[in-house]
Design a protein around this ligand. Structure first.
Ligand SMILES: *Cc1c(COP(=O)(O)O)cnc(C)c1O
Length: 425
């Protein structure tokens, strides 16, 4: 055993504090092992993971099929760059485009890179296909969005913590309230220089805001009418998390939970990341049909690691697991059970205002001011009771366990959560 395996929690936290930039404020727990829905800390305590690395580990920690795909590929060929072809990329591209029902994919690594890629594609499409005046194209975005951390992406964030003192910012974005179809219609009627509308089907970071049932369907229809690209950022909501393969599909009338090809709400540009690798490797992707993706030409966009053989092999395995283990149906069923159980508790609770979400992407809103530390203290207590979750935006706690959870485990978790909440009433 190496020295790293015998480090205490305190030592590990001190090392991070002393030698790492302070760009996060983690819950004080130091993990060194994961398996399925569980993680362990360096002292050997076992926890339910109720964050899943922000919905990256949908397939469960260290899923053997995904890890083995990675190990096998890592022993064979890891990186060629796109200067040369590799034998995994084309196979992956065929697989993922048919899986989600698009003509083409552009492979990247992180979610933010995929969002940047989608914005670049939409702008080019605006000039070269829609014939907008050069460099005047606009993208509509929503208030309280979260799309990543690049300079352009934070340019249209309204979170001061993510934005302040990082200017000058990229322009060309129009911000409208989320879940407000009238606001979208007004902007689309007023401006004729719009290339795309970028939206999260559920706003995850903002606190799991689920829009009205017909919002995405109506937004897509408005985009079609105005020849504007409907761009869905499903980095957090996609890949079975919300009880559908894609959250945008949950808003159409198609009964097939594993369908993503329905015209009603099918995005023109789909952005995926996080669970695309089951959390073992950074893999992201942008999907679109030829009429849009063909604006990308050799040299106009790229990434040294994007589309590398490990990423390709891992993503195929991760997407296969979603279907083989019927994770959409499990997320749908357990999500309904979870909200029913918590709603039952909330009836007699003064500390929890409400629970909301879809599938296994849920949140509770704590009955306290946004700048109170109640949600943080509840998360510390949940940790002590064997369950890891993290507040988002002050008084909101997101609950997003791996989708491989069983009903028995979920009910065990509800018990932990309810018992913990009771001590705060
Ligand atoms: C996490 C996230 C991103 C950014 O992904 P990174 O891999 O952290 O760059 C973008 N959009 C949404 C909706 C996300 O949840």
């Amino acid at each position: 055993m190496s020295v790293l395996n015998t480090i205490s929690s305190k030592e590990a936290i001190d090392l991070e504090y002393n030698f790492g930039a302070h760009n996060y404020h983690p819950l004080p727990v130091v993990l060194n092992k994961g398996d399925g829905v569980f993680v362990w800390d360096v002292e050997g305590n076992k926890y339910y993971d109720f964050l899943s690395a922000y919905s990256s580990v949908n397939q469960g920690h260290c899923h053997p099929k995904i890890v083995n795909a990675m190990i096998d590929q890592a022993k064979t060929l890891t990186l060629t760059s796109r200067a040369f072809h590799n034998d995994q990329l084309g196979r992956y591209e065929q697989f993922i485009t048919s899986y989600f029902g698009f003509d083409k994919v552009l492979p990247m690594n992180t979610g933010a890179e995929a969002v940047e890629t989608a914005l670049k594609i939409a702008r080019r499409w605006g000039y070269e296909v829609k014939k907008l005046p050069i460099n005047k194209g606009k993208i509509i975005v929503c208030e309280n969005n979260f799309h990543g951390r690049t300079t352009t992406i934070i340019s249209f964030s309204n979170d001061p913590i993510a934005r302040d003192n990082f200017g000058p910012y990229t322009d060309g974005f129009i911000k409208i309230p989320y879940d407000d179809i009238n606001a979208l219609e007004i902007v689309l009627n007023k401006h004729d220089d719009i290339a795309g509308f970028l939206v999260e089907p559920i706003q995850g970071e903002a606190g799991v805001y689920v829009p009205a049932d017909d919002y995405l369907k109506n937004a897509k229809a408005l985009c079609v009418n105005h020849n504007v690209l409907f761009i869905a950022d499903e980095v957090q909501t996609g890949i079975a998390r919300t009880g559908r393969l894609l959250a945008s599909c949950g808003n159409c009338s198609c009964p097939n939970k594993d369908c993503s090809a329905t015209a009603e709400v099918k995005p023109d540009i789909l952005i995926l990341g996080k669970a695309l690798s089951g959390g073992v490797y950074p893999v992201s992707a942008v999907l679109a049909n030829n009429s849009i993706m063909n604006v990308i030409t050799p040299g106009s966009h790229g990434s040294t690691f994007g589309g590398n053989p490990i990423a390709a092999a891992v993503a195929v395995a991760a997407l296969e697991v979603v279907k083989e283990e019927q994770l959409t149906a499990n997320a749908d069923r357990l999500g309904k059970l979870f909200r029913a159980q918590l709603n039952n508790y909330i009836l007699s609770s003064s500390i929890v205002k409400l629970v909301r979400g879809k599938g296994l992407l849920n949140a509770i809103v704590i009955n306290d001011s946004e700048d109170s530390d109640t949600a943080w203290n509840i998360c510390l207590k949940l940790r002590d009771n064997g369950l890891l979750a993290k507040p988002t935006h002050g008084n909101i706690i997101r609950f997003a366990p791996p989708l491989v959870m069983t009903e028995e485990q979920l009910l065990d978790c509800v018990q932990i959560i309810v018992n913990t909440l009771k001590t705060f009433e």
